[in-house]
Write a protein that binds this ligand. Sequence first.
Ligand code: SP5
Ligand code: ZN
Length: 372
Amino acid sequence: MQVVYSPAHLAHDITLETFMGLPIPANEVAERAEKIRQALEADGGFPFVEPTEHGEAPITAVHDPGLVRFLEAAWSEVRRQGLQRPFLSADTYPNRQMFEGMSPDAVARLAREPEHAAGRAGFWGLDSAAPLVAGTYIAARAAVDVALTTVDLVLGGATSAYGLCRPPGHHAARSMYGGYCFFNNAAIAAETIVRATGERVAILDVDYHHGNGSQQIFWRRADVRYVSIHADPDRAYPYFLGRADEVGEGDGTGENLNIPLGAGATNDDYVAAVERALEAVLAVPGSVIVVSLGFDTYGLDPIGDFALTTDVYHEIGRRTAATGRRLVILQEGGYHRPSLGENARAWLRGAEGRAFDPLPATGFGEGGAVAG
Ligand code: SP5
Ligand code: ZN
């Protein structure tokens, strides 16, 4: 299987994030993608290709141009405004209760982008845990090119291809970034496939978190079905979307399927959910599935609470490919760095119908035991 990778992700050089107002070591770091790259290179069965540039049009097909302009200018604004910060994070968000009782017209007029960078980040952002730095825009644009080059490979005849996207994408909505995501790589890929083929497309999201951005973008759409297995938002980010009763509206009614799981979900729980999800995916005609692939479902993940093991990723990859659909597989989350490479290798080898043998000795591709 071909792998699309760009070193441009390194420009999104993150060391800190905030959690509930306090700085903590960042989870979504460059080392994640490098670990996956190293493991797939070591495997020998994954030829690497660089992305080609696809321009801005596929991005503004799903995102507000204002979001693109904000992300493009955000860091130079931080500098221009003399803000001495290692990263940009919002100060104030336009919480909907701020405008309670005001008409939709009034809200549209009043809730507009301010000048201060900390207000701009609040206007366009979902949360305070998605740090933006000097190289974020370059990296986020490259991640979109990685996704679109992966689409090119599959529409060009490949059975499947893997885009090593970083930063990830599924929390980014039409007019909003957040959750370590800036552009919604999977949504841009799905929209591009719909436009190129005229077929319906399904997104299968197996990241630990609900892909609120993907759900929002296709909420009223009949041509893109969004199916997600994730931690129940009652206890996990993004908290305010991802419940089972969210089924879409209008033309999109019935095209959104959320499968929330409880804490401690096991391999068996998860495979049962995958069976349900794949049934929903196969219920729509079409030849391509976009997979939002996260490994934060892993037992040792620092921000997840599921109990999955490496073997089950091989099995899920195998079952997803056994649908007979072609797969555009795009990387989302996964934060236990020692296991990321092996988990990706297992999933992708499963999707190719190849056996998975863990690398000898370490079990994690390189270097020693893992602290739990
Ligand atoms: C793409 C993706 O997986 N995004 C996840 C965004 C999660 N954002 C909230 C993270 C909360 C981290 N909690 C840290 C707990 C430290 N003990
Ligand atoms: Zn996630």
